[in-house]
Design a protein around this ligand. Structure first.
Ligand code: NDP
Length: 324
């Protein structure tokens, strides 16, 4: 028997229910992976609560690292005992065993630890597409990263700073400010105490920014738009404080002919070739030390509800993993 946390109805953290299940053998093109560690992401909260609709019941968990224990027909390039990791569209990570399409798996090199691999696939590949594809951050750019001390945030600060950007990061406490700065953030703004728009204006001497990366959503909208210079790009990629409310496109005209995008990782890793490219670039920056994955919190699989409470209550920094 295997074990997993199931969501049978959406709601608060307590809808996560541990249960045993009889695993199916891996199907055509699938690998069966014994999960050694799974990342916890804010997206798991959206899915558990019903903000992002899922077919019920489901096992949450969009990133994990484990070892292949069985292969279905037609799988090539993988073998039993191999360490692999994946970012899946919010499925299957909160378990000790999962069947996953082999073309979603990446091999984990021996110099990347299991905990690091589990914590970096969804968050790190997100940072790759945000900094390297949605807007190509260049030396000399100044960018704004909201929730800079979070899981995605700490990776983004390090990677952007290595690309030569000046990073302005918002945080909610002095401890988070220190952590963001230790991870490449140039300036921090406590947006629970100060107006981040006027602080950004001061820091950029009125120049404002070419791009804002906003994962906070309702709480920072529409102020994030006021941090952009004309033709700037508003990247709304998350809703930690609630979704951005509906608004008229006219607002983008009023604020300086702005561009806006609302991207999602899975469009950037749709094909195996795209996945290899994005994951490959992430592996490179982790292996050469450009990006350190801060695994700052570990919980037992059984305690995932507590991990969700802590993440939603802004008590965590960096990455969180579950150990089955
Ligand atoms: P984080 O570790 O960043 O946690 C969320 C952070 O948001 C908190 O720590 C907190 O930082 C900040 N925050 C601001 N307001 C609130 C609020 N009202 N309630 C809770 N948190 C708040 O989470 P992740 O690293 O897992 O994810 C970061 C974001 O990236 C999420 O919004 C997620 O949905 C998004 N994401 C998007 C993807 C995509 O492809 N579109 C893929 C992966 C992630 P502080 O206390 O400093 O304000």
């Amino acid at each position: 028997m295997a074990k997993a946390l199931f969501v049978r109805k959406t709601g608060g953290p307590d809808v996560l229910k541990l249960a045993e299940f009889d695993p199916d053998p891996p199907g055509q093109g699938e690998a069966q992976v014994r999960i050694l560690a799974a990342g916890v992401n804010f997206i798991d909260i959206y899915q558990r609560s019903g903000l992002y609709p899922m077919q019920l019941p489901f096992i949450p968990g969009g990133e994990f690292c484990g070892e292949i224990v069985a292969l279905g027909k037609g799988v090539q390039g993988f073998h039993k005992g191999q360490r692999v990791a994946a970012a899946t569209a919010g499925r299957g990570g909160y378990a000790n065993l999962v069947n996953v399409s082999a073309d979603r798996l990446v091999k984990v090199p021996s110099d990347i630890s299991t905990d690091t691999a589990a914590a970096m696939m969804l968050k790190g590949m997100t940072v790759q597409y945000l900094l390297r594809q949605v807007y190509r951050v260049r030396k000399g750019d100044t960018i704004l990263v909201h929730a800079a001390a979070g899981g995605v945030g700490l990776i983004m600060c390090q990677w952007a700073s290595a690309l030569g950007a000046t990073v302005i990061g918002t945080v909610s406490s002095p401890a988070k400010a220190r952590l963001a700065k230790a991870n490449g953030c140039t300036h921090t703004i406590d947006y629970t105490r100060k107006d981040f728009v006027s602080e950004t204006r001061k820091l950029t001497k009125g120049e404002l920014l070419p791009v804002v990366y906003d994962s906070v959503g309702a709480g920072t909208f529409p102020d994030s738009l006021d941090c952009l210079r004309p033709f700037g790009l508003f990247v709304s990629y998350g809703n930690a404080s609630g979704p951005v409310p509906p608004f008229s496109p006219q607002l983008l005209a009023q604020k300086g002919s702005l561009y806006m995008t609302r991207p999602t990782l899975f469009d950037f890793v749709r094909t195996p070739q795209q996945l290899r490219k994005v994951a490959g670039e992430l592996m490179r920056v982790v292996r050469n030390g450009t990006v350190n994955i801060n695994v700052n919190h570990r919980y037992r699989l059984e305690d995932a509800a507590q991990a969700h409470r802590d993440l939603a209550d802004r008590k965590t920094t960096g990455s969180i993993i579950l150990l089955p």
